[in-house]
Design a protein around this ligand. Structure first.
Ligand code: GUN
Length: 296
């Protein structure tokens, strides 16, 4: 029997509806809207599309988004100054700097300048440290979105052999931490892994974020495995393909994500969830405390 499809698009839509309702409720109580600041440096076409999608998603659920587009030659100091401003702005709940950055700007320097409680990407070492210690606050969007998607299968993750292919700071590494938090037996594969096929063959749960079209052959997939494909590779003919041979893998897996319509929409939905959480923790809590004081 072919695998069932993990429909990220549908789940993301339902998460967006829940967020819309919550935001409406807060507005009805007289609170301001949540607000996300998005910094885009340069004119990379893929980054422009990602940022546009994120801004549109914010608008749909009632989150204000402020796009700050900086020229490619902007200095690191200028970006740091902007982040300081946004950190101190009480009307900004979340800050996102779209990656990658131009080579003269060190992404770790920029990420570490963002206040951890406004770090809606969850990339700050504080937030990653919290995740590593099983006490997460703001979690990286793609891995957290994948965990939400896995919940829809009702499969117990505890004890599964989980293999992650790709060890980027954005997806692979935090994904390993998420799966470890679920008590999986976790394996990390990367460019120097000696026998990728063998590692994949042993996986009950496979997450691939390598950015290499059809890297994972369908006949490597263990019977009944869950396959999560984070890859989004644009081919010369315009087609979008993942890192896994989808049609062949589908014959072996129990569940599989499509590309597009699998992981991508969950990343954006989790960004909205994180922005709402930051707003609730920062702005809302303070204002509710203030109101309680006034009413006493
Ligand atoms: N570039 C690719 N993915 C991401 C992401 O999730 N967040 C940011 N800020 N940049 C990215």
């Amino acid at each position: 029997m072919p695998a069932q499809i993990l429909n990220g698009k549908a789940l993301a839509q339902s998460i967006r509806q829940q967020i819309t309702k919550k935001v409406q409720g807060y507005l009805e109580q007289g609170f301001r809207s949540p607000k996300l600041a998005v910094i885009l440096i340069g004119d990379d076409p893929a980054s422009e599309i990602y940022v546009r999608n994120k801004s549109q998603a914010c608008k749909q659920v009632g989150i204000n988004s402020k796009l700050i587009n900086l020229i490619k030659s902007v200095s690191e100091t200028q970006v740091l100054d902007l982040i300081d401003q946004l950190n101190n702005d009480i009307d900004i709940d979340g800050i996102l700097v779209q990656l990658p950055l131009p080579p003269h700007i060190a992404s770790h320097t920029i990420i570490e300048r963002i206040r951890p409680d406004k770090d809606v990407d969850g990339f700050h070492p504080y937030n990653l440290g919290r995740l590593a210690q099983k006490r997460p606050l703001l979690r990286p969007c793609t891995p957290a979105g994948i965990i939400e998607l896995l919940k829809t299968t009702s499969i117990e993750l505890c004890g599964l052999n989980a293999t992650v292919v790709g060890v980027s700071n954005i997806v692979g590494r935090p994904m390993l931490l998420e799966l470890l938090m679920k008590d999986c037996t976790v394996t990390a594969c990367h460019k120097l892994t000696r026998d990728l096929k063998k590692m994949v063959q042993e996986a009950d749960l496979l997450v691939v974020a390598a950015g290499s079209p059809d890297l994972i052959k369908g006949n490597w997939i263990k019977a009944g495995a869950i396959v999560i494909d984070v890859g989004m590779n644009r081919m010369d003919n315009g087609a979008l393909v993942g890192d896994v041979e989808f049609e062949k893998a589908k014959q072996h897996a129990s569940w599989i994500t499509p590309v597009p319509g699998g992981v991508g929409p969950m990343t954006v939905a989790t960004l909205l969830t994180n922005t709402l959480s930051a707003y609730e923790a920062l702005y809302l809590k303070q204002n509710q405390l203030y109101q309680r004081k006034v009413n006493q």
